[in-house]
Design a protein around this ligand. Structure first.
Ligand SMILES: Cc1ncc(COP(=O)(O)O)c(C=O)c1O
Length: 372
């Protein structure tokens, strides 16, 4: 028995003919880059988010980079983000020439701590990148309010949060812009790399379109230094097929997460979710004391697990400042977070089997609640 973290082949059994049909249509169309499938996906994904401008790019990392470049962020600027995110959040900032500055997170939610952002502000701060980690939603309205008046660009990293909401609005619609990833394991996964910049600002969207394609305002005429990061027609056609299933998939993720919430032992400590948040449930992550041991024991029983993320970015050689800040909550989380299998094709019995295995393993080991 294997309970996997991700199962795109199972998905293909369900939607194979639609995927193959879409791919054949593209291959026979004569348009492979930035054609009608990309336009359709940009329009449909923006409509899903409640209206705005979508700009298809080659990956989530590029979506962050392109948005920052379009806003004119570059050398000499500082951009604040968190250290317990995927490395590409910081990579994208550094690729613009700006310096990533790391702030600590709220230990209850694992998300950006707005007070810590305020303490990290300097006259060089030009942008903040809150990360909606695991599908949970940062209180971006509060972040905007607290940093209001400083002219900061707020770019939401939504790589893990498609389908998540705060109140009746989607994550990604609170800041000035947002970046989405369609890496295959994401809530909406392509069959390769793909990403999307999103904004409600028409001028910024125009700049994003220029940056993604050599800085061109029109063919062979660059008005800025851009990159080559275009969403291709094949990935867009696949995403168009899968976007129609997104809400159903996220609803199933939520059901499975609720089951984990109900059945896991208290030694697997859950993250807090603020009132008003509809979690996107991209990853189901708990905090445990003896992570390595539990992972090995689960693996022996055929249960795959992950760690998101084992190294706080401010300590990585690529990003460490000469004197890295002390960010105790993020550093602590790196020691104890454990991701359990969560994808729409898991059965209730799969989740119960993981919960039972964990209950047996931790039984008698910790008498107190809150293992980490
Ligand atoms: C939080 C976060 N930001 C950015 C990215 C980068 O996305 P991509 O892998 O599509 O470049 C990821 C993907 O792993 C992510 O999880």
């Amino acid at each position: 028995m294997t309970i996997a973290m991700f199962d795109y082949l199972g998905e293909l059994d369900e939607i194979g003919p639609d995927i193959m049909g879409a791919m054949e249509r593209v291959v026979r169309s004569g348009r492979l880059i930035l054609g009608p499938e990309v336009e359709r996906f940009e329009a449909a994904s923006s409509a899903y988010l409640g209206g705005g401008h979508g700009v298809g790019v080659a990956s989530g990392t590029d979506a962050l980079t392109v948005a920052l470049l379009a806003k004119g962020i570059g050398p000499g600027d500082e951009v604040i983000t968190v250290p317990n995110t995927a490395t590409p959040t910081a990579t994208a900032i550094a690729r613009t020439g700006a310096t990533p500055v790391f702030c600590d997170v709220d230990p209850h939610t694992g998300l950006m701590d707005v007070e810590c952002v305020e303490r990290a502000l300097t006259p060089r701060t030009k942008a903040v990148v809150p990360v909606h980690l695991y599908g949970n939603v940062v209180d971006v309205p509060r972040l905007m309010q607290r940093t209001n008046g400083r002219g900061l660009f707020v770019l939401e990293d939504c790589a893990q949060s498609l389908g998540a909401q705060l109140g009746n609005r989607h994550a990604g619609t609170f800041g000035h812009a947002a970046a989405f990833s369609f890496y295959p394991t994401k809530n909406l996964g392509a069959y390769g790399d793909a990403g999307l910049c999103f904004t409600r600002d028409g001028e910024l969207a125009d700049a994003m379109r220029q940056v993604r394609s050599y800085g061109y305002q029109q063919r062979d005429y660059a008005v800025r230094v851009g990159v080559n990061s275009r969403l291709d027609e094949l990935q867009a056609a696949i995403l168009n097929v899968k976007l129609a299933r997104l809400e159903r998939d996220v609803a199933r993720r939520r059901e499975l997460a609720d089951l984990y919430d109900a059945e896991l032992p208290p030694q697997c400590e859950r993250f807090g979710v603020q009132p008003g948040v509809r979690h996107g449930r991209h990853l189901y992550v708990v905090r445990v004391e003896n992570r390595a041991e539990l992972r090995a024991a689960l693996s022996e029983r055929g249960v795959q697990t992950g760690v998101h993320y084992p190294h706080p970015i401010h300590h990585m050689p690529a990003f460490a400042a000469p004197q890295p800040p002390c960010l105790p909550h993020a550093e602590h989380l790196a020691q104890c977070v454990l991701s359990l299998p969560l994808h729409p094709r898991l059965t209730d019995d799969d989740v119960r089997a993981v919960c039972e295995a964990l209950s047996e393993m931790v039984q008698g080991k910790a008498s107190s609640r809150g293992a980490c």
